[in-house]
Ligand binder design. Structure first.
Ligand SMILES: [Zn+2]
Length: 66
């Protein structure tokens, strides 16, 4: 059994497991997939309200890491 690697996201300070996203802000910080999605949506001009809705939908459809 492989231990999942847990990482603290420097952007939201939440612990996440799995593949990190590269921040678009400086192209070197590794952030959680949620923040990666958030930055991608911000970069195309999606409003904060819409972003939170989209992240919520993604979370509901993601298999749980428990
Ligand atoms: Zn994050």
């Amino acid at each position: 059994m492989k231990e999942p690697i847990k990482t603290i996201c420097p952007k939201c300070n939440k612990e996440y497991v799995g593949c990190p996203s590269l921040s678009r802000v400086d192209n070197e910080t590794l952030i959680c997939p949620d923040c990666g999605t958030r930055e991608a949506l911000e970069s195309i001009g999606v409003s904060t309200d819409e972003i939170e809705k989209i992240i919520g939908i993604i979370d509901e459809n993601r298999p749980k890491n428990t």
